[in-house]
Design a protein around this ligand. Structure first.
Ligand code: NAP
Length: 277
């Protein structure tokens, strides 16, 4: 029988997850169906329960339901607990498990696709929302030399730095929060985990950060470079958008569900071509 999977989001109509997971299934010969479900703003918990009661095997969860997904699972796996949010649900032996593959996806994209070294790196993480929180643990485990969190609302960056201080200490990473205007180069890697690009805006970072030519990453992606990446490239920095992260987090979910690692690069190239970038 064909196994059922889905992505839940609101809105979800533009999600690339059905395309990605159907492509993975085709590559690996897995008999599965993957659909997009929009349960409306208030219908997430009921829609998820119905999906799994009817035999669903796993799901991805996107905005705005990632925290709710963690709360309704029977068991939160360590990455989801640490992130405070889940992007992957797994049905196993009658129980619903929650995991978070966003951080693993980012780390794989940076290291494998873009060849960015993380061990010993000096990392600036811009943003302190769900995406920043989701990637902090996996980034710290790569043992950068230091990691600075900067956010428009500084108190949120400070709270994140406090929450992850024990993990940073155990991996000998200097972790701190700083306001935008107190950021000083050098950084070898700058990651934009804000949603500023959605509004065509750029967080007000001191321009000398880009002049030191770090590798600059924006979690957002699209047909053309985000304003953040354009600004970084103008200063000669190497840049990448978040399309690779999207495909890699999906590959990690697929691996959790099916025990098979798909060829993420092939699907990445198809999506990139479809975007026209
Ligand atoms: P979120 O929880 O709503 O957090 C938004 C963050 O952006 C906050 O830190 C917010 O600062 C900051 N921000 C918003 N507008 C800003 C502006 N104009 N200037 C400076 N900072 C601004 O959102 P999220 O879930 O973390 O998502 C962030 C981004 O990551 C989204 O664009 C999302 O699409 C992307 N993402 C991509 C992937 C992928 O696979 N490629 C995965 C996950 C997320 P305040 O705290 O001051 O409000």
């Amino acid at each position: 029988m064909t196994d059922r999977y889905a992505v839940f989001g609101h809105p979800v109509v533009h999600s690339k997850s059905p395309f990605i997971h159907r492509a993975f299934a085709g590559q690996t010969g897995q008999d599965l169906d993957y659909e997009a479900i929009d349960p409306g703003a208030d219908g997430f918990a009921e829609a998820v329960r119905r999906f799994f009661a009817e035999g669903g095997r796993g799901a991805n969860v996107t905005l705005p339901f990632k925290e709710e997904a963690l709360a309704l699972a029977d068991e939160a796996l360590p990455r989801a607990r640490e992130a405070g949010a889940a992007n992957t649900l797994i049905a196993r032996e009658g129980r619903l498990l929650a995991d978070n593959t966003d951080g693993a996806g980012l780390v794989r994209d940076l290291k494998l696709r873009h060849g960015v070294p993380l061990a010993g790196a000096e990392v600036l993480l811009v943003g302190a929302g769900g995406a920043a929180r989701g990637v902090l643990g996996p980034l710290l485990r790569e043992r950068p030399q230091r990691l600075v969190i900067a956010n428009r609302t500084p108190a949120r960056a400070e709270a994140l730095a406090r929450a992850f201080a024990p993990l940073a200490a155990s991996h000998e990473v200097a972790l701190e929060a700083r306001p935008f205007d107190a950021l000083r180069p050098p950084f070898t890697l700058v990651i934009n985990a804000t949603s500023a690009s959605l509004a065509g805006e750029i967080p007000p970072l001191p321009s000398e950060l880009f002049a030191a030519r770090p590798f600059v990453y924006d979690m957002m992606y699209g047909a053309s470079p985000t304003p953040f990446l354009r600004e970084a490239a103008r200063h000669g920095a190497k840049t990448a958008d978040g399309l690779g992260m999207l495909v890699e987090q999906a590959a990690e979910s697929f691996f959790l569900w099916r025990g098979v690692r798909p060829d993420a690069q092939a699907v990445y190239l198809r999506l990139r071509a479809a975007l026209g970038g």
